[in-house]
Design a protein around this ligand. Structure first.
Ligand code: GLN
Ligand code: ZN
Length: 775
């Protein structure tokens, strides 16, 4: 049996890569220094994996920005607009690479970055390759080969990880109509061959092809492409050891296809797709090795050795030992680096966790334990007796303590969830009734103006928060600072002439962390960073236990802001699905259950806000869409509990209270009936970059409730003119009746500067006024 790894976190345990890249972009370090930092991370990662007993260590899992961009770059899939960057000889290869990732504004050029989107259902974002009809490819960068030789020189015989040709094509976007990206496979494959030839010349033994699409719904043509492509690779390189990696789900209807591909080893995700094992074992061809993805690469929980060993045992009864590989379910890219760095976590909670480095250790343990004859006899019940393995015992003690811990389990929370009634998911009256009641109370003009919640989080705001956190200022000093910011913001909104105000969210570090810190059942790490995109990392909270709300979370700041103005101030909350989606979630109960526990906590907050006289409450759900499962057949079930969670959080109030929700980066076409089912009185969405096209889904559906299509893009410092916003609103009014429309920016303003914010909002208010004149 051998252990191998599909990929290790590339950011460095102290986010060294982030710092190096950002310093390089700012011109503070040289190219050489950047590469030096990168090489240090690679070397550290190879060493850690070797020290923790990984037999087959990956290379080419490192990346300066993104591994899909790396592949596009290697294959010369470089959009034409970047050619001036290549022609400028003062730019090195890496500058072109970063230009594609981040855009290029230099020497009179202004070139847009490539698009970025979510890597399957993770919170990692990849750069989307761009394809044209008849596109050709060529070996442009030799990164894959370089990293292999670099490792070899350092004494590591690695297994290069290469994004497989089919998945590479399917991840990209066709930039013109009339062809499918998969049609390009013929043009593409020769470049893969070149890469493999070079690797073989350098003595490579194993190559890992990542083909996550095998766990997705495939068209006939795509299935065919898998067959022909891997047959051609086999024919061209009959002696190369190929490992085909699938992950993020079960192979389902692609099982036979995957098993028929002429590769040496097939990796399957048994954490998400444990159900597929029996079928695989029955259908597996004799000479195909199996890589068992048994350690959860996407979550932070300790592996249960009893379960894993039982599973390995099952495989061992039909597959020869030397055909079995043990691995994490997917790349460890999605795990934080090292639990040992955490010194402030509760020790019990810590004993339940494993980050990337600990997961390597678990693999090594499992490999050893799986070879322990006595242990295996005990597991299969063929002999009776006491276990003697210290490693196994320690693991089982941790697993047991988690099952029964009073930190996790709170009977009252469980009971409350059981008692939830169907009617708790619905508002008292239907929208039309609520609307007329709310209309009388709120008495807002047509095209009411508002914002999404946050106002500029300036350096001073961040500094005050850090000062407070590290004890450099007192709680009172921090509080009065935030009060001043809030006051300034209320005043500014009044001056600008907005209709519905917000308090500005200055007290919040992050829209999930703020609530997590105030809810029971959440833990926070100090260094649990994972890459989100490029140099951006996130530190998701860990939901370890039953969730409840010990006391109100937002009342103070909402009331404080309301006391400063006669206009309505919205109460601002993060919704249950978003809190769930942006956290590491417990795996000892269904996600739906955890989500509904969070929903009840938010419901309490919503009711408290109402009781305190707040008339408008916004529950943000930007992450609702990204929670959609990778297989279509699982959508309905997800949407039913996720939308249910939102409704549970929102429906405890009286008809008179206006509930808003907000969703950015979403498309709505295929889920519009579910969005309508949320029954928010007002939904604000990101719309300006799509020129209001996203509204079509609402129009086609005859969406009945009110909508605020974002009229300007908050991701850019650019100040939009009144006229362009009027134009967008006119477009909106063509498809949505004007009495349903609100006017607001695309999203929160926290990343903007005050000056641009004020000017942009002034123009926005003018645009709304102009619309009122003509309606
Ligand atoms: N209320 C949040 C804000 O304004 C919403 C952020 C988001 O949608 N991502 O920042
Ligand atoms: Zn948003």
């Amino acid at each position: 049996m051998q252990t191998h790894n599909l990929g290790y976190p590339r950011i460095g345990s102290q986010r060294e890569l982030k710092k190096a890249c950002e310093n390089y972009w700012a011109g503070k370090i040289s190219r050489q220094e950047l590469f030096q930092r990168g090489n240090e991370i690679k070397l550290a990662n190879w060493t850690i994996q070797q020290d923790n007993g990984i037999d087959l260590i990956p290379s080419n899992d490192f990346s300066y920005y993104d591994h899909v961009l790396d592949m596009a770059f290697s294959l010369g899939a470089i959009p034409e607009r970047y050619h001036p960057v290549i022609l400028d000889k003062s730019n090195a290869e890496i500058d072109l690479y970063f230009a594609m990732a981040r855009g290029y504004q230099d020497r009179g050029l202004d070139i847009k970055a490539m698009e970025m989107t979510k890597w399957f259902d993770t919170n990692y974002h990849y750069i989307v390759p761009e394809f044209h009809k008849g596109q050709t490819f060529k070996l442009f960068s030799t990164k894959i080969i370089q990293e292999y030789t670099e490792a070899k020189l350092a004494g590591f015989k690695t297994k290069p990880v290469i994004l497989g040709p089919i998945s590479f094509l399917l991840l990209g976007k066709e930039k013109e109509a009339g062809f499918d990206s998969i049609d390009l496979i013929e043009n593409l494959l020769p470049v893969y061959f070149q890469i493999l030839e070079k690797l073989i010349a350098h003595g490579v033994e194993w190559v890992q092809f990542d083909e996550p699409f095998l766990a997705l719904d495939l068209k006939e043509k795509e299935k065919q492409a898998f067959l022909t492509t891997y047959s051609k690779i086999k024919k061209e390189f009959p002696h190369l050891k190929t490992l085909l990696a699938t992950y993020f789900g079960s192979l389902e209807d692609n099982v036979s296809l995957a098993l028929s591909l002429p590769v040496c080893c097939l990796h399957v995700d048994l954490v998400r797709g444990g159900d597929q094992l029996t079928e695989i074992l029955t259908k597996k061809p004799q000479n195909l090795s199996l890589s068992l993805g048994i350690i959860d690469g996407r979550n932070v929980w300790k592996n249960d050795y009893h379960e894993s060993l039982t599973l390995i045992q099952k495989v061992k009864s039909v597959v020869a030992k030397d055909q079995i590989f043990l691995a994490p379910s997917c790349s460890l890219l999605h795990s934080p680096c090292d639990l040992n760095s955490e010194s402030t976590l509760d020790t019990s909670i810590k004993s339940w966790l494993a980050f990337a480095k600990q997961k390597l250790n678990e693999l090594q343990d499992l490999k050893e334990l799986a070879q322990d004859a006595v242990l295996n006899q005990l597991l299969t019940g063929s002999v009776e007796g006491e276990l003697t393995s210290e490693i196994y015992d320690r693991n089982q003690r941790a697993i047991e303590s988690r099952k029964n811990s009073s930190l996790i389990h709170h009977e009252n929370v469980k009971q409350r969830l059981k008692e939830v009634k169907k009617s708790d998911f619905e508002r008292n009256s239907e929208f039309s009734i609520r609307r007329s009641i709310q209309g009388k109370i709120l008495n807002l003009p047509k095209y009411p103006t508002t914002t999404i919640g946050s106002f500029p989080q300036t350096t001073e705001v961040r500094k005050a928060r850090a000062d407070f956190k590290f004890g450099r200022i007192t709680a009172e000093e921090y509080q009065s600072f935030i009060q001043e910011e809030t006051k300034k913001t209320i005043l500014a909104q009044e001056e600008i002439g907005l209709d519905v105000l917000v308090h500005g969210e200055f007290e919040r570090n992050d829209m999930v962390e703020y609530f997590g810190e105030r809810l029971r059942g959440f833990a926070f790490t100090s260094y649990g960073w994972v890459q989100s995109y490029g140099s951006r990392c996130v530190k998701p909270p860990i939901i370890y236990g039953d969730v409840s709300r010990p006391e109100p979370m937002t009342i103070y700041w909402t009331k404080y802001a309301q006391s400063l103005t006669d206009k309505f101030v919205k109460g601002m909350l993060t919704g249950p699905v978003t809190i769930l989606q942006w956290s590491f979630v417990r795996d000892d109960q269904p996600r739906s259950q955890t989500c509904h526990q969070i929903a009840l906590a938010i419901r309490d907050e919503v009711k408290d806000l109402e009781r305190e006289g707040v008339k408008i409450i916004q529950i943000d759900e930007p992450a609702l869409r990204e929670g959609l499962p990778i297989r279509k057949e699982a959508w309905e079930s997800y949407l039913s509990w996720a939308i249910g969670a939102f409704k549970l959080s929102a429906s405890g109030v009286k008809d008179r209270t206006q509930i808003h929700t907000h969703m950015c980066y979403s498309e709505f076409n295929d889920i519009i009936s579910h969005i309508a089912n949320m029954d928010a009185d007002v939904i604000t969405i990101e719309c300006s970059r799509s020129q209001m096209e996203l509204l079509d889904a609402f129009a086609d559906f005859n969406y009945p409730n009110e909508i605020g299509p974002g009229v300007y893009d908050i991701h850019s410092p650019r100040i939009p003119s009144k006229n362009e916003m009027v134009e967008l609103l006119q477009k909106a009014a063509l498809v949505i009746p004007d009495q349903q429309l609100w006017v607001n920016p695309d999203c929160g303003l926290k990343t903007r500067k005050w000056d641009e914010t004020r000017k942009a909002l002034e123009q926005m208010v003018l645009a709304a006024k102009e619309m009122r004149l003509h309606s």
